[in-house]
Write a new protein. Structure first.
Length: 239
């Protein structure tokens, strides 16, 4: 009855699909909307009533699982009144572990090269984690994105600490800590697995390294052509 009424209201045919087919379609959507970086990708989609796990390569899904747990069903089962306690959280985690246990060996870390989250639930988790980051950590991450984007040519002088602090809207002490942290990240970039970033950006990073160090030791210098940078939510790298 419901399907007939829904079909009439929408004017389109409605097909009920299995959880495994949903997982296949989720992976296909991710494959079409993310860079093809080679290797195997893990895709996780936490929906309201189910969670899909997929390992795929290119457009093909190699392993698919659909589990009967989701953010709505778990919330209704363990937190019906919205109250969160340590005891309730422990029960919810135990239930999730029991649901994952039969399939977890098929999705071990050694089986995939990069992971993607494909749901609003994971976006909310990412936003929450980012909001809890210390200010200096957030700024350091964005500063690394800015440097790796190629916004400053190799050999050009870096903006001063004061200019950076004004551009990022933070105090000098937070900016100083962010510069220290970003330098640590840049010094390790040659050992990272950022696709397409190392080979084309490492020369820039080396050139910028000495410039940032100069700014750190002498923040009085003002760069004449520095403008406020803009940032995306994910690292910007050249392809």
């Amino acid at each position: 009855m419901f399907l007939e009424r829904a079909r009439d209201a929408l004017g389109h045919p409605i097909e009920i699909i299995s959880g495994v087919e949903e997982a296949r379609l989720i992976h296909l959507g991710v494959a079409h909307t993310t860079p093809n970086e080679g290797g195997h990708r893990l895709v996780v989609d936490i929906g309201g009533g189910s969670t899909e796990l997929i390992i795929g390569e290119g457009l093909s899904a190699k392993r698919l699982e659909s589990l009967y747990m989701g953010c709505v069903s778990i919330s209704a089962r363990f937190f019906p009144d919205g109250e969160i306690s340590e005891k309730r959280m422990k029960r919810a985690r135990t239930a999730a572990h029991l649901e994952l246990e039969p399939v977890i060996n098929r999705f071990r870390r050694c089986e995939w090269d990069i992971a993607y989250g494909a749901s609003g639930t994971l976006r909310a988790v990412a936003d929450t984690l980012q909001a809890r980051e210390p200010v200096a950590t957030q700024v350091a991450r964005k500063l690394v994105e800015y440097l790796l984007s190629g916004a400053i040519e190799p050999g050009n002088r870096m903006p001063s600490e004061r200019q950076l602090a004004e551009a990022f809207g933070v105090g000098r002490s937070a900016m100083r800590e962010a510069i220290r942290s970003s330098m640590a990240r840049l010094s390790a970039v040659s050992y990272s697995c950022w696709p397409g970033a190392v080979s084309e950006s490492w020369t820039t990073c080396q050139a910028l390294s000495s410039s940032v160090d100069t700014v750190w030791r002498s923040s009085a210098h003002e760069a004449s052509n520095f403008s406020r940078p803009s940032f995306s939510s994910t690292p910007t790298t050249s392809s």
